[in-house]
Design a protein around this ligand. Structure first.
Ligand code: NDP
Length: 333
């Protein structure tokens, strides 16, 4: 017996913004799971900004997607056939074979999740990789302390919205930036940010200076570019920056110029530290222990933007890079 499924393959490497012809929807037949393997029917898959880098044929911290092969990424699904001890039909699992409707894989490559009263998609967002990125980035990489003034860019997205809320939960002052007035209202009204601004409404440097009259101590950088320059400009002495991403440049075809005020890093004794979440998986249990109850109690809000069906996954990914999402962008399969 085999299982009919569909998957998204990389048809071409994008130049600039990805377009529909860079992706291909393909029907496939999957073999039955072998010894120690599972057949999983995916219910949600994740689209994430880092996948844009994997579409390029360049050496990076994750290998590039291969042309004419299925793409991959975070997904949750339900076990429909189990040949592995400890896994039963109906178990919900988190794994890395997204961009497809079904997956056959070793049980050793999946993790069981008990969603309880949360949607299982939360394990692709607030309680998954993006959540851990926010948690470890803020606490371990930036070393946020009580009393810090924290600036978060990309603040209405999956990582940024949690970073800002963790800082608020710890009683700190939080400033956020996002790309629309509606997102700015969401940050202040729903997520409790102290200040927020729309970076498209005027120069970032001027808007950040107005929002942070006492400067900033921590910058959680999701954006890079002029946001990073602005943050260096308003940073207080001994400020700490967690460099998480630089999405303002992901679709660039040539490198953007760096911050023009690098000498201020010296004078202000700033620490700018890049990090990759996979080095921080040891903190997943702490994320779940500390943030899980706050999420379940409604103290931490998590929004999702949900696209429907595998054929719409490429468009969901393009939309994510354009800022169409509030909170985590996922695809329901
Ligand atoms: P988001 O949910 O934040 O979605 C991406 C957002 O980026 C969009 O909604 C859009 O919001 C914003 N954006 C797009 N273009 C620009 C631009 N030119 N300038 C400013 N903002 C822009 O994604 P994630 O939360 O998943 O990821 C956020 C960042 O964290 C990314 O840089 C990502 O690469 C990084 N990351 C890093 C990890 C690590 O291990 N270091 C792990 C996970 C994520 P808007 O409307 O506000 O423009």
């Amino acid at each position: 017996m085999s299982t009919s499924s569909r998957e998204i393959q990389l048809a071409a490497r994008p130049h600039g913004e990805p377009k529909p012809s860079d992706f291909r929807l393909v029907a496939v037949e999957l073999p039955d799971p072998g010894d120690g393997e599972l057949l999983v029917r995916n219910t949600y898959m994740s689209v994430d900004p880092y996948m844009r880098g994997r579409m390029n044929d360049v050496k990076s911290y994750t290998p590039p997607f291969k042309l004419d092969e299925v793409m991959d990424g975070g997904a949750v699904g339900e076990v429909v056939l189990s040949n592995a001890e400890g896994f039963a039909v109906g178990d919900v699992v988190l794994h890395q074979l997204g961009w497809r409707e079904h997956a056959v894989q070793p049980a050793a490559h999946v993790r069981k999740v008990v969603a309880g009263d949360l949607p299982e998609s939360a394990f692709l967002g607030v309680l998954g990789m993006p959540g851990l990125t926010a948690y470890a980035g803020l606490l371990d990489v930036a070393g946020m302390q009580d009393g810090d003034i924290v600036f978060v860019s990309g603040a209405a997205g999956a990582v940024g919205s949690l970073a800002g809320q963790i800082a608020k939960l710890r009683g700190n002052t939080v400033i956020g930036s996002a790309g629309s007035d509606e997102k700015v209202r969401h940050l202040v009204d729903d997520l409790g940010f102290d200040e927020a601004f729309n970076y498209k409404a005027g120069p970032v440097g001027r808007q950040l200076a107005a929002a942070a009259p006492k400067g900033i101590d921590v910058y959680f950088d999701n954006v890079g570019g002029d946001h990073l320059e602005a943050a260096i400009g308003v940073a207080n002495r001994n400020g700490r920056f967690a460099l998480c991403g630089a999405i303002s440049g992901y679709n660039h075809t040539a490198p953007a110029p760096g911050p023009r005020n690098m000498m201020q890093i010296v004078g202000k004794r700033l620490t700018l530290r890049g990090f990759i979440v996979t080095d921080h998986f040891g903190r997943l249990a702490d994320l779940h222990a500390e943030i899980g109850p706050a999420v379940r109690a409604g103290q931490i809000a998590f929004r999702e933007t949900v696209a429907d069906g595998l054929p719409n996954a490429p468009q969901a990914f393009v939309d994510l890079l354009r800022g169409a999402n509030v909170g985590k962008m996922v695809v329901k399969l």
